[in-house]
Design a protein around this ligand. Structure first.
Ligand SMILES: [Zn+2]
Length: 312
């Protein structure tokens, strides 16, 4: 799949650095969540492994192995679901210190490195300080600020720009012509976040959500119906969606843009709850979200009690 327009400039720059053999051994690609830094790094990792041309030729031995996902000199670590552990870094450190098996190049592709504890960071820093020859470190992260400054300073920084609404809309239409994913812009405007919702089938929930929420605002019994559907599996989706609606209503309270999607819902939310309550509800939902996973609290119950308190 070809890269979206907003990733092209940085991608071409990386290719030309490779072409002119001026590429730093460590590259850190940074962008907001869902903008596509992992897509860019995954594509460039394939190009890096090809030793025949600046972008992957697709036919050499290395390219064949990459396609089959069996290249012995290519290593991946992803901190997306679970944070990266120091043992993972140490194991890889041993592996990359050995001679490459196929060509001259080894690539260590590390995604979501913002999700790494201090011990793992220090272990990574050690390798970056004395990189084994022929080894490239391709890192991606959301927030550069959460990384050790010493790691950042050893990397070539590549900032992925945030695409504008029109670019995201056009890209989504091309990829999902049968869905109107731009109607979920109230939730997020990040291209790959929306693509993931569509791919996982979670988009349905969010398409219906503003109407369900509005129904819940009508009466105590409607609210009970709305909250009845919240369970352990979907409570995070509810949290995210209610928070997004609060956020949009707060924006609406300033812009008064009646052409905005769901403008009448935001108007109702403001007249019913007021700006201060929307703001404090947003914050208490955030606190609940942050505490999930850290404590054993009953998340659906906590969520329901917060909404009930808010609505009464
Ligand atoms: Zn090749």
């Amino acid at each position: 799949m070809s890269l979206p327009a907003w990733l092209q400039k940085e991608y071409q720059q990386l290719l030309s650095l490779k072409e002119s053999r001026a590429l730093s051994h460590a590259i850190l690609i940074i962008g907001p969540e869902g903008v596509g830094q992992e897509v860019l790094s995954s594509q460039f990792a394939i190009d890096l492994m090809c030793e025949r041309s600046s972008n992957a030729c697709g036919v050499c031995h290395s390219c064949e192995l990459m396609k089959a996902n069996t290249h012995p000199d290519f290593y991946v670590i992803d901190g997306r679901i679970e944070s990266i552990k120091v043992d993972q870094i140490r194991t890889l450190s041993k592996k990359v210190s050995q001679k490459s098996q196929v060509g001259k190049t080894k690539v260590l592709h590390m995604m979501h490195v913002q999700n790494m504890n201090a011990n793992a960071s220090n272990a990574l820093l050690k390798i970056l300080e004395e990189p084994p020859s022929g080894t490239f470190f391709l890192l991606t992260a959301f927030q550069a600020a959460s990384l050790l400054p010493t790691i950042r300073s050893r990397c070539l920084l590549v900032n992925v720009p945030t695409p504008n609404q029109l670019e995201v809309r056009e890209w989504l239409e091309l990829r999902y012509p049968e869905k109107r994913l731009d109607t979920l812009f109230w939730l997020t405007q990040q291209a790959y976040e929306l693509a993931e919702l569509a791919d996982s089938g979670k988009d349905r929930f969010y398409f219906d959500f503003p109407d369900a929420f509005q129904s819940g605002m009508q009466s105590q019994s409607e609210l009970a119906i709305f909250l009845n559907a919240v369970d352990n599996k979907n409570v995070l989706n509810y949290l995210k969606a209610v928070q997004a609606l609060c956020h949009q209503a707060l924006i609406f309270s300033v812009s008064n843009d009646r052409s905005a999607m769901h403008a009448s819902l935001y108007e109702k939310m403001i007249s019913r709850f007021g700006v201060h309550k929307l703001l404090s509800s947003y914050e208490s939902l955030q606190a609940l979200k942050d505490s999930l996973g850290r404590t054993n609290l009953n998340a659906p119950m906590q969520f329901k009690s917060q909404i009930n308190k808010w609505f009464n």
